[in-house]
Ligand binder design. Structure first.
Ligand SMILES: *Cc1c(COP(=O)(O)O)cnc(C)c1O
Length: 470
């Protein structure tokens, strides 16, 4: 039986002709067609041999359709995007796994313009000669932060690495034990210092480090004092650390470079429920020689690492060979410049999505939740329960550690399906929708929903509600 079926398998050439003549298929390269057909044929052989064809096969043409169906599925997978738009219904504004900051309109337009053709990336229009990619944002950054000079790299991890390599390679860097943090799994301060070629000198204790501890650790081999923002955790209770001013003063006395990895790096003050993030301007005012921060956290641009500070040190970093390996690409740079212009207008709070989301008033959030509730109402016909609820969520992205922002959302309790099954269904949809689950209910926090997301969310839930449970 199985032998007869095997003999019905058409040749790869015959199958390729059938594929070529089928206008329903979007064209793909001939050698890719052959590879996929071979895999499909092999799968047919195996399924026939172990009796797992799933369909009764009693003719040559049925064999052919089995293989071509398999081919069509493989082709679909081949052309399907993996990195795609997703809907963030978690309420976490700077969700690292969901791509951190959505871009402002101006940043998007700037990225599109630069992406579609040639650009002035490293071309100086005045002289008609080679220019510097950093020049496009340096002036704006110095104006906005009060720093003398600025440099941009791939991300903040790269910024910290470059600064340490350029300033302290082969020398010592003094850091408080309370600030030897791990951020996001792969960024650990002790590892980055080692990678940069500098030597870590850890001082003080986890909860308390005194100015005297820093002073006592300084030797002729010391190059810098590093302060790190403990982005993703908060220490409470019996704690103390020298003030930024004291640290910078000590560094100056000993002719050391003072460095501050401030993590999120906000340009506008941000104060949520009494907790503030230090602004970059405050770090510069305190006297730090070099300050590094991320482009896609509270700043609200694309991935980037920003370094601002004293011109002599920035000039030194610009000569560092490592810079070439860490440099920022033109699309992220375009997003950053667009966002910087938003800051220059003085209307950043309105123009930049993450700023808008973080500062959305409870009133606005309640209205958003009520609007979502209204379009989800038809689900109640199926017996699903829907309620507007209060939510609490984190800012995320290593900012405002431990501070929960309160907001609003819609709680949906499915009927005839478990909440887990519905969550899986939403994740598998296009676009995937990411939400929270609490016991038997799904929670859609409205803070991070963008225009159009409500309708997509509603359509996805309706589809799942109307689907037969299997
Ligand atoms: C987030 C963060 C980093 C890493 O920044 P990326 O831009 O993600 O590379 C480094 N240091 C601190 C303190 C941070 O919060």
């Amino acid at each position: 039986m199985s032998n007869r079926i095997q003999r019905w398998i058409p040749s790869i050439e015959q199958l390729a002709i059938l594929v070529k003549n089928n206008s329903e298929y979007e064209p793909i390269a001939h050698d890719v067609v052959i590879t996929l057909l071979r895999i499909a044929v092999e799968e047919f052989r195996q399924a026939a041999a172990n009796g797992s064809l799933m369909l009764p096969i009693s003719s040559e043409s049925e064999v052919q359709s089995w293989i071509l169906n398999r081919f069509a599925l493989k082709k679909q997978v081949l052309l399907r995007q993996s990195l795609k738009k997703a809907i963030n219904a978690t309420g976490v504004v700077l969700h690292t796994n969901l791509g951190r900051a959505p871009l402002s309109d101006r940043a998007k337009a700037q990225v599109t313009a630069v992406m579609e053709g040639y650009s002035t990336l490293e071309y100086d229009l005045q002289s008609g000669r080679r220019g510097e990619r950093y020049s496009h944002v340096e002036k704006r950054l110095t104006e906005l932060t009060g720093a003398e000079a600025a440099l941009i790299v791939n991300n903040n991890a790269a910024a910290v690495m470059l600064v340490l390599a350029g300033i302290a390679r082969g020398k010592e860097v003094v850091v408080s034990r309370g600030e030897l943090v791990e951020i996001g799994g792969s960024f650990r301060i002790p590892d980055i210092i080692r990678q940069s070629g500098a030597t870590l000198v850890e001082i003080g204790t986890t909860n308390k480090t005194h100015l005297q501890d820093f002073a006592a650790a300084i030797t002729p081999a010391t190059a810098a004092i590093l302060k790190v923002h403990t982005s993703n955790f908060a220490m409470v209770g019996f704690t103390s650390h020298p003030s930024p001013q004291e640290l910078c003063c000590l560094a100056k006395q000993h002719q050391l470079v003072s460095i501050n990895d401030v993590g999120s790096g906000t340009l506008l003050p941000i104060n949520i429920q009494g907790t503030a993030e230090p602004t970059v301007q405050e770090c510069i005012d305190a006297g730090f020689d070099l300050v590094t921060f991320s482009g896609d956290k509270l700043l609200g641009a694309g991935q980037a690492g920003l370094i601002v500070g004293k011109k002599i040190y920035i000039d030194l970093l610009k000569k560092e060979p490592l810079l070439r390996a860490l440099r920022i690409d033109k699309l992220s740079l375009a997003a950053l410049e667009g966002t910087m212009i938003d800051y220059s207008t003085g209307r950043a709070g309105l123009l930049i999505p993450v700023r808008r989301m973080l500062h959305m008033s409870e009133d606005t959030l309640l209205k958003k939740a009520e609007a979502l509730f209204a379009i989800l109402k038809p689900l109640t016909v199926q017996g699903w329960k829907i309620n507007v609820i209060k939510t609490r969520s984190l800012a995320g992205g290593g900012s405002l550690p431990g501070i929960e922002v309160s907001g609003f959302g819609v709680e949906v309790e499915p009927r005839g399906k478990s909440a887990g099954v519905v969550v899986d269904g939403l994740r598998a949809g296009i676009p995937p929708i990411i939400c929270l689950v609490r016991e038997d209910a799904l929670i859609f926090d409205v803070r991070c929903l963008l225009p159009g997301d409500d309708a997509l969310l509603c359509a996805a839930l309706m589809k799942l509600a109307n689907e037969e449970t299997v």
